[in-house]
Design a binder for this molecule. Structure first.
Ligand SMILES: [Zn+2]
Ligand SMILES: [Zn+2]
Length: 129
């Protein structure tokens, strides 16, 4: 015996909330409400967040497997956050991702490099991996 306890529930909702296109699991996120009508996004909040986390493009050195160091290759500065260190291409060619063309340097040293030639520490031009 089935009791129709939820009878009439569907008519209470003015417009049907779509299901997320990405995960097919959650309800889509609300985009905006205009004139009492709710407009939805094609994906849910969760998938929207995940999407934002994905970087638009992976750097060449990242693809090549180079790991950014915590320490600056020029001044020896020890970074607290990985954003304090950037990967520098010695020959200026971003497509040249050979490890001996890559250096991890702090943002301070980037400023210096832009203005003058930097003499790399001896031994630095050999692949140390
Ligand atoms: Zn989703
Ligand atoms: Zn530095």
């Amino acid at each position: 015996m089935v009791y129709q306890t939820f009878k009439g529930l569907n008519t209470v909702m003015p417009n049907i909330r779509p299901i997320c296109k990405q995960c097919n699991k959650n309800y889509s996120a609300i985009n905006y409400i205009r004139n009492g009508k709710t407009y939805y996004r094609s994906i849910c909040d969760e998938c929207g967040k995940k999407k934002n986390k994905i970087k638009p493009k992976q750097a060449g050195w990242e693809k090549a497997g180079y790991k950014k160091k915590q320490q600056c290759d020029i001044c020896g500065f020890n970074s607290l956050y990985h954003t304090q260190i950037t990967v520098f291409h010695i020959d200026g060619d971003l497509r040249n991702t050979k490890f001996n063309n890559l250096r991890s340097i702090c943002l301070n040293c980037v400023e210096v490099i832009k203005r003058k030639e930097v003499t790399w520490k001896r031994g630095d031009l050999q692949v140390d991996y």
